[in-house]
Ligand binder design. Structure first.
Ligand SMILES: [Zn+2]
Length: 413
């Protein structure tokens, strides 16, 4: 039943697509029956009961890959450990470039969404070792801080949530003893009987926020509470960069979209969407309700950065390439997620862009890995180049609306 084209079209259209879809996945079955959607040269959409993950970079492989990239970069790439998960795994940053414009990119906050990790490793390797004019320009003008695997505990289980019990949370935040569990904490996830958070609801625009019992359990539309060590680490990296540079120009969050057979419209009508992009889901009228408290919020800026990604992918492959089947999320009234990291950072003035590639790693294993990693890497490199040349500042954010909206025919809803 999962992601049957007709069902998913209605289902996700009705609830507002996008990030909500991720919410639905939490409650949904972890493993789908094998299923084949139409494949017309754009890659298959076959799902597996027990897919192989050996093609994806594991947590242990990530550590050695980063070490190798740092070593061979001759000082250009600096790798740091900025925190530990509840299970004691390291959370890494890798920094490259010396420019004034800061781009923070995080990946795999949902552990079963692994494409971005591979794309970031590819980019770090290239920026650390190439000497072509585009690379030199990027390193001179941009500082890239990559967090290639921010939820390794979830990643090692190929599941969305991290692994942490509410008792652990009370131990970390004693003031919460006896308070109700946060709404985005679950006792199990993706068929695995271990508690944890949807980490991408654990953010708050008030970066100094300390969890208060009276704020729990919270609400899906409102801010989260920085309860988990992973979201705290991401917040700390952001705050340190803001202190160092004055502002964090842009934040990119790399995900998967869930369905692997969503179809795009527009020039690529009827093709399977490869990458869907989004600016922050902060309610109607471009987040007008937030503007007074958070005057730095600039939704148009986020659209310009998303446009730089979309145009870069299209121009690299040509509009008819399966790699360039780019969609965008639309923003119905009920699509408001102040607790997502990208929303919290956008409210602090950063442009933020969500990348979601087709499918879910735990459903299709490593099928289509190469193609999807390539699309994400190209999109990120296009953004870095556009920041390095300053082109991103000259774009018209409204042009982002010319990209087809995720493939859902909203007239049916
Ligand atoms: Zn996700």
């Amino acid at each position: 039943m999962k992601f049957h084209p007709r069902t998913s079209r209605r289902l996700f259209g009705a609830v507002g697509a996008g990030a909500l879809l991720c919410t639905l996945l939490v409650a949904g079955p972890a493993l789908a029956a094998p299923q084949v959607a139409k494949a017309s040269g754009e890659g298959t959409c076959k799902l597996f009961d027990n897919p192989s993950f050996s093609g994806w970079t594991s947590y242990a492989e990530l550590g050695s890959a980063l070490e190798r990239i740092e070593r061979t970069s001759k000082g250009k790439v600096a790798v740091d450990v900025v925190g530990q998960t509840q299970q004691g795994r390291d959370i890494y940053t890798a920094r490259v470039g010396t420019g004034d414009r800061v781009l923070l990119v995080q990946s795999a906050v949902h552990g079963n969404e692994r494409t971005g990790t591979e794309a970031l490793l590819g980019i770090l390797k290239k920026l650390g070792s190439s000497n072509d004019p585009a690379t030199r320009r990027a390193l001179e003008n941009v500082t890239l801080v990559a967090m290639p695997m921010v939820n390794p505990d979830g990643g090692e289980l190929n599941r969305r949530a991290n692994v942490i019990s509410w008792d652990d949370i009370e131990e970390r935040h004693p003031q919460l003893e006896g308070a109700p569990r946060a709404w985005y904490h679950s006792l199990r996830g993706d068929g695995i009987e271990l508690p944890g958070f949807d980490l991408n609801r654990d953010f708050n625009a008030d970066l100094d926020y300390v969890p208060q019992p009276e704020d729990l359990p919270g609400d899906p539309r409102d801010a989260g509470f920085f309860l988990s060590p992973e979201s705290q680490s991401i917040r700390d990296v952001y705050v340190d960069l803001r202190e160092e540079f004055g502002e964090v120009d842009a934040v990119v969050d790399l995900h998967h979209m869930g369905p692997c057979n969503a179809l795009t419209g527009g020039e690529q009508d009827g093709k399977q969407i490869s990458v869907a992009l989004d600016y922050p889901p902060l309610g109607v009228n471009d987040g007008a309700a937030y503007q007074q408290q958070w005057p730095l919020l600039d939704q148009d800026k986020s659209r310009r950065y998303a446009l730089a990604v979309a145009d870069g992918i299209r121009d690299s492959y040509g509009s008819q390439s399966p790699l360039a089947a780019v969609g965008r999320y639309f923003h119905p009234e009920d699509r408001e997620y102040a607790g997502q990291g990208r929303s919290a950072f956008a409210l602090n003035g950063s442009a933020t862009v969500l990348f979601e590639v087709r499918g879910q790693s735990d459903d299709f294993g490593q099928k289509m890995k190469g193609m999807l990693v390539q699309s994400v890497q190209t999109g990120l490199e296009s953004l870095i180049d556009s920041m390095a040349t300053g082109e991103v500042d000259t774009l018209n954010g409204d042009d982002f609306f010319a990209y087809p909206d995720y493939g859902w025919d909203t007239s049916q809803d």
